[in-house]
Design a protein around this ligand. Structure first.
Ligand SMILES: [Zn+2]
Length: 356
């Protein structure tokens, strides 16, 4: 079994070179540093040059792709940290987010340092892996729950989003106003392949139900994911907030064609066209007040992230009054994302409050 033989040596060599700080415990709680230390001793029995040659050959053959070294994304990598539209905070997700591409790049870089050999670019491919989630085809919404074990909730959850909101089925009555505290802030526009998302830094928060949630990011869906009284909107913006306890609150702002929106103009101006790219906006250009309707009454219900892993326990507030964007603004987004809306999910007798 030559591949395994090679892998053993690869691990040995990497074990010599990598410090334990480069790895965190994997999702099974194992400390990789321990297992590497054993291999490192073995590797001293072999001439270094042979190992280097095998490593070079392995890199060249692409065998490294078969090695299941697990690098843990610590969240320091901005790009991969914002990969998902509803990027849940680390404490809501499984302990480790593994980015295979990052792992491969890291291993390749290490191999190059060790051998003085620069490997040819190894393309990221999904061959042999489950399809990545998407909005159509094999990785479409109906398949999300089966793509990965951690996506199970997409299929089995009972409080999933989005939903169809019907006034006839809502609990109508008084409801507290959402206290919204937004101010001009800094943003990074990310094209994560699923949507355009703006990661926001600054002092933006909402207070509702006795808790203050800080704004993390906002992003867009086309068409709108939510349906209200059998109507779909052209788009929706989701403003994603998190409180100190790690709970998420999303404010949905429905969008229909009309007068151009100034915030959308700013975001579209810096919109990266390639998936995986991000662009830092000029300082202070993000002011979410420009996106909010005057009337801030809302529908409130418990739901989930609308993208895998479809985590539940998210407090949703969909503003009843839609705002407008121009047809040109709508067209531009639609060209990049013809459809990035999850279909509506069963309400399952959930209570939906309609603030009067
Ligand atoms: Zn969303």
């Amino acid at each position: 079994m030559r591949p395994i033989f090679q892998v053993t040596f690869l691990v040995s060599l990497l074990g010599l070179a990598l410090t334990s700080s480069a790895f965190a415990a994997d999702s099974h709680g194992a400390d990789p540093a321990d297992s590497y230390s054993v291999s490192a001793k073995k590797s001293t029995q072999s001439p270094g040059k042979d190992i280097a040659d095998q490593l070079s050959a392995a890199v060249e053959n692409g065998d490294l792709r078969k090695k299941r070294l697990t690098l843990v994304n610590t969240g320091m990598d901005k790009k991969s940290g914002t990969n998902d539209a509803h990027s849940a905070p680390p404490n809501l997700l499984a302990a480790a987010t593994v980015n295979p591409q990052t792992s491969r790049n890291y291993i390749r870089a290490k191999a190059a340092v060790l051998t003085g050999y620069t490997a040819p670019e190894i393309a990221s491919d999904e061959h042999g892996h489950a399809p990545h989630w998407s909005y159509e085809g094999d990785g479409g919404p109906q398949a999300w729950g089966k793509l990965k074990p951690e996506f199970n909730t997409c299929a089995t959850g009972k409080r999933q989003s989005p939903i169809h909101i019907e006034d006839a089925l809502t609990l109508q009555g008084p409801a507290e106003a959402i206290q919204i505290n937004y101010q001009p802030s800094n943003g990074v526009v990310v094209n994560n392949g699923h949507t355009i998302q703006v990661d926001v830094s600054g002092d933006n928060s909402i207070t509702v139900r006795g808790s203050t949630y800080k704004l993390l990011q906002f992003h867009f869906h086309h068409p709108s994911e939510e349906r209200v009284n059998h109507k779909s909107y052209s788009m929706v913006a989701h403003l994603v907030h998190r409180n100190r306890e790690g709970q998420l609150a999303v404010v949905g702002v429905l969008l229909d064609p009309g007068v151009a929106n100034s915030l959308i103009n700013s975001v579209w101006t810096y919109m990266p066209l390639d998936a995986g790219d991000s662009v830092r906006m000029p300082l202070g250009l993000v002011d979410l007040n420009e996106l909010l309707p005057k009337d801030q009454r809302y529908y409130q219900f418990m739901g989930s992230l609308t993208t895998p892993p479809c985590t539940e326990g998210v407090l949703w507030m969909v503003l009843k009054q839609a705002v407008t964007l121009s047809r040109d603004q709508l067209k531009l987004f639609g060209q990049l994302f013809p459809n990035n809306a999850r279909p509506v999910q069963s309400v399952n007798a959930r209570a939906i409050r309609e603030a009067q």
